[in-house]
Design a protein around this ligand. Structure first.
Ligand SMILES: [Zn+2]
Length: 333
């Protein structure tokens, strides 16, 4: 086809389907067309532009001739699908832009799924007529087209319906993440509402709970408890990697515990100092572990009955250690 400045038709549905170029991208394209001419033919269907809206605008503005490539599509939906695939493959779009683009095809995908289920099995009971599983199937397809997870598609859908234009611009330019924008929306939606943390039992506003990046729902444990659990896990890991406290000659102390005494201390009154050291160590280790455990005894759990139960345990420990001492004195006598 001969290169010239053609007069083509613009279908706003087709033009607005694709995210516009950034100012920088547009200027680069304009410079290159003015400098080198337009090499890539525009894709046209029945005189309507399918691909090349920006090039058309630039070529008309500067009077640069271009070629057209006439394509055959069964209908507008098919032409739109072609555009989608073409754009996703060619443009450098982030996951929000890809999801946004892919979501524009949801009505078409739904129509197609309905057509397929009606044409395919006319005598079968209409399993998908309620829309349940066909909606899931459509969502799955959109996620695949966009190359993101189904949760991400669900988040983008909510953002598209509820977020302001500024947020959408930040998402398109990559200044804000989908997860962040979604969390902001959810916090606004649940403003004034509270939930009880499963860990500390405190009633807190929803904004005090995180949404997992691979979920669309709030966690059941509050941010504070989540952070505390992470900190405790880190500390335990650190403590486990440290060497045990000072060892006593002849007796090893490993991982903060008195090690199995394979060779006993010599039976000498002077050795009693070591025994006291070991007992003191074992006492400190016990108290440290008791204190750490008590930190898990959270305000909402505290009742007179629970306090009593813990006191009984303390008494039991005192009684039992005394019994052990008595038994030992009896044995060595
Ligand atoms: Zn909590």
């Amino acid at each position: 086809m001969e290169k010239k400045v053609y007069e083509l038709k613009i279908d706003p549905d087709l033009r607005d389907l694709i995210p516009p170029l950034s100012e920088e991208e547009y200027n680069m394209l304009e410079d290159s067309i003015v400098r080198d001419g337009c090499d890539t033919p525009l894709i046209v269907w029945n005189g309507v532009i399918v691909d090349g809206h920006n090039r058309y605008e630039i070529c008309r503005k500067h009077n640069v001739p271009f070629a057209c490539d006439e394509k055959e599509f069964a209908d507008k939906d098919t032409a739109m699908f072609w555009m989608l695939e073409h754009q996703l493959a060619r443009r450098n779009l982030n996951s929000y832009q890809r999801s946004e683009l892919a979501l524009k095809f949801e009505p078409m995908l739904k129509r197609e799924a309905k057509k397929r289920s009606m044409a395919g099995k006319p005598l079968d009971p209409p399993q998908n007529s309620a829309g349940g599983s066909s909606t899931g199937e459509t969502r799955e397809k959109i996620a695949r087209i966009a190359g993101v997870s189904r949760d991400t598609i669900a988040k983008v859908k909510k953002i598209d319906a509820n977020a302001d234009d500024e947020t959408k611009q930040q998402l398109r330019s990559g200044k804000k993440s989908i997860h962040m924008a979604y969390t902001d929306l959810m916090n606004k939606e649940h403003e004034g509402e509270t939930r009880v943390c499963e860990c500390c039992g405190k009633e807190k506003p929803f904004s005090e709970f995180r949404i997992a990046s691979k979920s669309t729902e709030y966690r059941t444990i509050c941010k504070d408890c989540e952070d505390n659990a992470k900190k405790a896990a880190k500390e335990a890991e650190k403590a486990a990697s440290l060497p045990g406290p000072a060892s006593v000659t002849g007796i090893g102390i490993r991982d903060g515990q008195t090690a199995h005494i394979s060779t006993g201390l010599p039976d000498d009154p002077a050795m009693f100092d070591h025994v006291v050291d070991l007992l003191r160590h074992s006492q400190n280790a016990y108290l440290a572990s008791f204190e750490a455990t008590l930190n898990q005894y959270r305000p909402s759990m505290v009742t007179p009955e629970h306090n009593d139960l813990i006191r009984q345990m303390i008494d039991y420990i005192a009684d039992t250690t005394e019994e052990l001492l008595d038994k030992h004195i009896e044995e060595v006598k």
